[in-house]
Design a protein around this ligand. Structure first.
Ligand code: SF4
Length: 378
């Protein structure tokens, strides 16, 4: 439910390489960095596939995987190719995810010179034992050094990712990490609840009862205290897992995923969305390369979303954001008067303190965000 009439799409590039696999991760990535050149070759072909379907972007996001495993020359060639084929607006937000172990001050300065203006550092925790539990390949000092170097390199828009509710983690352990993160005075923090995936090493250890998992009540306490502590420290809790020092520092790129703005995702496993169509690439580098070598888009599957599905998504995604749902825009886009259709249920939620209905918006409260998946089911 984009608020703009002709929203400018975002471009996501998935770089599917990691030096080692983290213990909690079930994203698609591979550890054979010998395949990077072949991947780049295929990526450039995929960029050409979309030269007529997409023309202009105002956000570019290099995510992974671990984009900082690529050499600076390789990043430069990706950005050159993107600029040659598409028009990247002057004031675009250009983000790159980095692992704290990978880049020094000189590298970060060079990236800044290449036009990358937002850095997202995968810190995850500022507790050594937790980093080991997560199987991260960096330590706390490297994380703090990466932040310091990014600041010295001239990045004004720096975000870090953190994870809470690790097996055995106490609220006090988490608050220690949070306090250290706040003291860095960065413009953006993402705080994700750890999702325990059964197929991961960490998931197996939990399943074998080797590690304890948190109760729903504990998880709620992690969420509520994170929101309270960060809002008291001047951050806006603008999406369930995201906090920014002012809305101008909120991730422009990620907001496109939440309001049906079109986006193009390139690379293995990347998803795209345009008009009412969504498609996603093979979750396999070999299949991705094979299709592009045969002049075929490397698409694994696609779906057309009907008005009802788009409406349900807009409702679900809107309830994950502090901005909430603009009732008028919702009616214009999806032909649904929410107050008419769901008036009594919305009133009940407002009385329970889970949403606020004001000035033409339905917004989740902090307690509402904590249970937003259930809210969306009314
Ligand atoms: S660096 Fe990220 S993508 Fe790679 S294994 Fe770790 S969590 Fe997964």
């Amino acid at each position: 439910m984009s608020i703009e009439k002709n929203p400018v799409p975002g471009l996501y590039i998935h770089i599917p390489f990691c030096l080692s696999r983290c213990a909690y991760c079930d994203f698609y990535s591979i550890t054979d960095t010998g395949l990077i050149e072949g991947y780049l070759h295929a990526l450039f072909k995929e960029i050409d596939v979309y030269r007529d379907d997409f023309s202009t972007f105002d956000t570019v996001y290099l995510g992974g995987g671990t984009p900082s495993l690529l050499s600076l020359n390789q990043i430069e060639t990706i950005m050159e190719k993107v600029h040659n084929v598409f028009s990247i607006q002057q004031d675009s937000e250009i983000t790159m995810e980095v692992n704290p172990a990978d880049l020094g001050l000189a590298d970060l300065k060079r990236l800044r010179g290449q036009g990358i203006n937002r850095i997202n550092i995968g810190v995850q925790s500022l507790d050594e034992r937790e980093l080991i539990l997560l199987g991260r390949r960096h330590n706390c000092n490297q994380a703090l050094r990466a932040v310091e170097d990014a600041l010295k390199a001239g990045f004004e828009n720096i975000g870090i990712d953190l994870i809470y509710s690790l097996p055995g983690q106490t609220l006090s352990n988490w608050h220690n990490t949070l306090t250290k993160a706040i003291s860095l005075n960065l413009s953006h923090l993402s705080c994700y609840e750890l999702e325990i995936k059964p197929c991961t090493p960490l998931g197996c250890r939990c399943e074998n009862k080797e590690l304890p998992v948190h109760s729903q009540d504990n998880l709620r306490e992690f969420f509520m205290s994170t929101s309270e502590i960060l809002e008291d420290s001047g951050y806006i809790h603008y999406e369930i897992s995201n906090f920014a020092k002012g809305m101008e520092k909120a991730s422009r790129h990620n907001r496109k995923y939440w309001d049906h703005t079109p986006y193009l995702g390139l690379g293995p496993s990347a998803h795209s969305f345009k008009e009412n169509s969504r498609w996603w690439n093979h979750e396999s580098l070999a299949e991705y390369v094979h299709d592009l070598d045969n002049a075929k888009p490397p698409v694994s599957a696609s779906e057309m979303l009907g008005t009802e599905e788009l409406l349900m998504e807009a409702w679900f995604l809107g309830l994950r954001t502090k901005r909430g749902i603009d009732l008028k825009v919702f009616q214009q886009h999806y032909g649904c008067d929410l107050m008419k259709e769901k008036g009594p249920a919305l009133k009940e939620l407002a009385e329970a303190g889970l949403i606020i209905i004001e000035r033409g918006f339905v917004r989740p409260t902090r307690s509402g965000m904590a249970v937003c998946d259930a809210l969306a089911l009314i």
